[in-house]
Ligand binder design. Structure first.
Ligand SMILES: Cc1cc2nc3c(=O)[nH]c(=O)nc-3n(C[C@H](O)[C@H](O)[C@H](O)COP(=O)(O)O)c2cc1C
Length: 199
C-alpha cells in the first residue's frame, strides 16, 4: 500500500509543510503504509498542447520534459493526496499542467487508475481565498483521470482547507482548524486505501 502526496507549489513552504505533516500522520497511524512526497518545485512540465500523439500512437506523451516520469511515478500509488497553494482562487498552473499531461491515462492506459483513491488539500494566503474552489477543482482533476475521490470526515466536507496567511510553514501550522481538516482527510484516504487493499 502506497500513498503519494503531490505538492503543486513551485516552492517548499506552506504546502510542503502540510504535505509532510499529512504523510507523517498517515505513517504514525498506518506504519505499514509506504509514503512519498513529490514536489513540483523546479520540475519542468509543459501543459498538453493537444498534438494528439498519445491518442493516435497509443503511447505516452511525446514531449521531452519531466511530465511522463512524474506521471508514471504517481500512478504507482494506491492513494494520491493532491495539495496546492491557491493561485487566483484555483490550484496552481503547475498542477493543472501536470494533469493536462495525463491524457494518455484517458486514451491509452484506462485501467491504470481504476482502483486508485484520491483526496485534496488547498492552502491559501487569505482566510477565504478560494480554498474550497481549489479543492473542488483538484477533486475534479482526480475524477477526470479516473481516480476515486474520498470524502473528509463529517464537518470536514470535501477536503483540507488551510489558511497560511502567506507565512509559509509557520502560518499553516498556526491554523489549527485548517490543519485538522487536512490531517483528517489524509487519514481518511489512508483508511480507504487499507480497506480496498484488504478486498
Ligand atoms: C500568483 C499567486 C496567486 C495567489 N492567489 C491567491 C488566492 O487567490 N487566494 C489566496 O487565498 N491566496 C493566494 N495566494 C497566496 C498563496 O496561496 C499562499 O501564500 C500559499 O500559502 C502559498 O503556498 P506555498 O507557501 O506552499 O507556496 C496567491 C499567491 C500567488 C503567488
Amino acid at each position: 500500500m502506497k500513498i503519494i502526496a503531490v505538492s503543486g507549489s513551485p516552492r517548499n513552504k506552506a504546502t510542503q509543510y502540510v504535505a509532510q505533516k499529512a504523510l507523517d500522520s498517515i505513517k504514525e497511524k498506518y506504519p505499514e503504509m509506504e509514503t512519498q512526497l513529490i514536489s513540483l518545485k523546479g520540475k519542468k512540465v509543459e501543459p498538453c498542447n493537444a498534438c494528439d500523439y498519445c491518442k493516435r500512437k497509443k503511447d505516452w506523451c511525446i514531449m521531452k520534459d519531466e511530465g511522463n516520469s512524474l506521471i508514471q511515478d504517481i500512478v504507482t500509488a494506491d492513494g494520491l493526496l493532491l495539495l496546492s497553494p491557491v493561485y487566483v482562487m484555483e490550484p496552481t498552473p503547475q498542477l493543472m499542467a501536470l494533469f493536462s499531461r495525463m491524457r494518455p491515462l484517458h486514451h491509452v492506459y484506462q485501467d491504470v487508475t481504476r482502483h486508485m483513491l484520491g483526496a485534496s488539500i488547498a492552502i491559501g494566503g487569505t482566510r477565504n481565498g478560494g480554498q474550497e474552489i481549489a479543492v473542488n477543482t483538484m477533486n475534479n482533476l482526480l475524477l477526470s483521470r479516473g481516480i476515486n475521490v474520498v470524502a473528509n470526515e463529517v464537518f470536514g466536507y470535501h477536503g483540507g482547507k488551510v489558511w497560511s496567511k502567506d507565512q509559509g510553514a509557520e502560518g499553516a501550522e498556526a491554523d489549527e482548524i485548517g490543519m485538522k481538516t487536512a490531517i483528517q482527510v489524509a487519514l481518511k484516504l489512508a483508511e480507504m486505501v487499507e480497506l480496498v487493499a484488504r478486498k
